[in-house]
Design a protein around this ligand. Sequence first.
Ligand code: C5P
Length: 405
Amino acid sequence: MPSLADKRILLGVTGGIAAYKSADLVRRLQDRGATVRVVMTAGAREFVKPLTFQALSGNPVHTDLLDPAAEAAMGHIELAKWADVILIAPASASVMARLAAGMADDLLSTLCLASEAPLVLAPAMNQAMWRHPATQANAQTLQSRGATLLGPDAGSQACGDVGPGRMLEPLDIVDGLINTIAPEQVLKGKKVAITAGPTREALDPVRYLSNHSSGKMGFAIAAAAARAGAEVTLIAGPVRLETPAGVNRVDVVSTEDMHKAAEDAADDSDLFIAAAAVVDFRPAVVANQKIKKEDGSDSDVLQLVKNPDIVAAIAGRTSKRPFVVGFAAETEKVAEHARGKLARKNLDMIIANDVSNPEGGFNSDRNQVILIDDNGEQLLPAALKTELATQLIGLIAARAFPSAE
Ligand code: C5P
């Protein structure tokens, strides 16, 4: 069944070589049942002729803000109201900057300002332009206002560079759009608790033990679970990430705090996902004052005590036990070590990733994982953590709640 049935999509095409792929994107959106109207910027028209999009979409292409004939046919405010969603693909660095600044200096930016529809962007630009702090800040601003970014992907670029900035392929954009505006409700009515990020164990008022976890994977899973209809409690260690839409966030610092919050949330959960990188040991004593160099000798060693294993405690429950999914960050014999943890911690499923692989791991936006349970192993190839999270939620929901399928 087409998942974009009856959706009215305003497709903004901006100036970039990836604009040629947007012609195919129109077709792929229509395949899913959408009606598409295309707005092209002046830059986009240098790459592809409006006639191409008119022929494919079956509708006139909108190009000018102050064109009396166009305004008489379908004025810009009318067009802004018509859209169920505005999708900009490719989204250039320039359009992202103009939208972040709230400009209304051409038809597309004006439509974005005038419309209350969700905004989805598929960025495409040279890797240095994408990495530039200005573009990164604009991307964050747009996301914090509710826009969704699909990609960019990394790889070889038309300019000869290699790096992040490639537009996602049309089919991936369609999947991302469906996940954003019409996701399958595979967790409808389910309560899900998720741990994410690192924990932090104080040594004294200024120092702590922790790790490099960014929390990106756990936050992406929380966002995907919420989109899939779940009531989500996200128990987050100290991270610099925005709370995903529709997610109830509980901030914690230490492992013991995370454990308490997780036990409380698990009492009332159907599914528990442990994506946190928990610090396994804490100092036996936390000093009240800053520890001075002069206080100890060279041979003084930190006394540590073991922290509770949160996911093992919840998986070991005899009552009120949710379906329990753990993560395993490994650097060698990934599947073998993960399988050991699956059994030792009594988990229902474990998601293993190789953190030594440059294609994934702690601070990366991408990851490649192996999903392991008693039925076997499934490799999910390298993808953006946000996309991987959606795939994982689909697979976890199918195993945890098979009757709901
Ligand atoms: O650190 P380890 O490799 O054992 O982590 C495997 C899984 O156990 C992860 O899902 C992690 O979130 C969870 N864990 C936990 N409490 C700990 C240690 C790990 O919940 N103290």
